[in-house]
Ligand binder design. Structure first.
Ligand SMILES: Cc1cc2nc3c(=O)[nH]c(=O)nc-3n(C[C@H](O)[C@H](O)[C@H](O)COP(=O)(O)O)c2cc1C
Length: 159
């Protein structure tokens, strides 16, 4: 299955993680990386797994790089039934009230449009001493294992 990694960033961390994830996953299947600020939402593809890597800015807002994607998808509101995605949010838990909310805005919209989130919700907390790429790669390994154990059902792949 092809993988499309979409990053939404303001200061570059999510972009770095997205490209590190692509290097890590780029084995048998194809992996493409796109900036959410320039991605055409009509190119969301039910035959591919989408991985969203998105940070949080302002007061729990989307980073500027994710805003065009969110606006376009919200306006077009396509039926995304059958589209599978995973999400890795970047945030900082010192923002107690709004920790990782940016990625959650994307998650909520995708779910509302019928897409199905797979695996656990990945998160990196900038207030921790953990490395975002290390965490993301470990998260991607468990995502891959889960998908191999439970591939998409035939009903979904027909859409
Ligand atoms: C001005 C500013 C506001 C932020 N607001 C939040 C926030 O509300 N919630 C949160 O979880 N993280 C917040 N963060 C932390 C960022 O999400 C975190 O540093 C992240 O790694 C940035 O990723 P990026 O470089 O891809 O944009 C904020 C950071 C800055 C500099």
């Amino acid at each position: 299955m092809n993988t499309i990694i979409l990053f939404g960033t303001e200061s570059g961390n999510a972009e770095l993680v997205a490209f590190d994830l692509a290097d890590h996953l780029n084995q048998s299947a194809g992996v493409a990386v796109h900036d959410m600020s320039t991605f055409d939402v009509t190119e969301l593809d039910r035959t591919a797994l989408h991985i969203f890597v998105c940070s949080t800015y302002g007061e729990g807002d989307l980073p500027v790089g994710a805003e065009p994607f969110h606006q376009a998808l919200d306006a077009l509101a396509p039926d995304l039934t059958g589209l599978r995605y995973a999400i890795f949010g970047l945030g900082d838990s010192t923002y107690h009230e709004t920790y990782s909310h940016g990625s959650e805005i994307i998650d909520a919209l995708l779910t509302r449009l019928g897409a199905q989130r797979v695996s656990t919700y990945g998160r990196h907390d900038a207030a921790s001493n953990s490395d975002a790429t290390e965490l993301a790669l470990a998260w991607a390994d468990s995502l891959t294992e889960e998908l191999e154990a439970a591939p998409a059902c035939p009903f979904m792949s027909q859409h």
